[in-house]
Design a protein around this ligand. Sequence first.
Ligand code: ZN
Ligand code: ZN
Length: 357
Amino acid sequence: MQLYNKLSAKERVELIEKAGKDRLTLSFYQYAKIANPQEFRDHLFVVWDQLDVLGRIYVAAEGINAQLSLPADRFNAFKSHLDTIDFLKGIRLNIAVEQDNMSFLKLKVKVRSKIVADGLNDETFDVTNKGVHVGANDFNALIEDENTVLVDMRNHYESEIGHFKNAITPDVDTFRESLDIIEDDLKDHKEDKNLVMYCTGGIRCEKASAYFKHKGFKNVYQLEGGIIEYTRQVKEQNIENKFIGKNFVFDERRAEKISDDVIAQCHQCGKPADVHTNCANDACHLLFIQCDDCKQEMNNCCSVTCKEIHALPYEEQKALRKGQGNSNDIFKKGRADHLPYKKDLRNIFEVLKPNKQ
Ligand SMILES: [Zn+2]
Ligand SMILES: [Zn+2]
């Protein structure tokens, strides 16, 4: 029985192209007690591999977090399989706003200690005592309220290219960091303000809201289903969209466009731009924003040094890398001192009293 992905990304691209079928990109998560994560993981892999599912799925004793794509004509079969699993029966699936057949090129189902690397010790607070979930309509009304502090629970490279109007966007690399910053900056407003949070698909707010309630915040709200579900409801119910720019996503698409605004700038020349790229130098791989002109001039690299290394024969590059660790952790590297244009996302207090019209 095959329990692991065997095809390379390149082989997979060819297969998807040859199949000529539309694929659907979607995500979902569920906190649930899973007695044997490894067994559950193997079961999912076997069934989903047969359904031609591709994606990144984390399974833990605390639940499942799945981001994936599948052939559109297998959607009902996939749903039926989810319905055979107690805690996934009838679960809401977040369907991606912008579809791309190549959003995922492998099926990876991994057992982890947690479904989101939240850095929290769950023993210290009640994770089931969550904030109030609000849909798009209520959320819109809530964030117009004078007494609301709206916080983006994502990392700096995510909020840089898109966020809700008037949102506080902490300048953090990790979820754990943002919790401390927010708690500290809002410590005098635990009772008089509405703390309203959002993230990509809702999963991070699930823990954050319980955490802040535990820390004494009285009025804690979270956007149900995150930006993805918000966008769907905005379209379906024809209500005002208050999200500007792009929604950063963790697959090959990198982002989906929610409004036409370009709110970020090229990290090299400062021109309006909001396309993330990885430095083409394999030893660097820095995730940064680059405009088309700089992309051409710099040969898709983040610095002159990287451009020079990238231009060397492959064997020489390999020799240079020898002995250095693999620095492929792209999503943690979204900033570097040599890039002159970087949005300053700090200043929580300055935005605490924004000019709301
Ligand atoms: Zn540029
Ligand atoms: Zn570089």
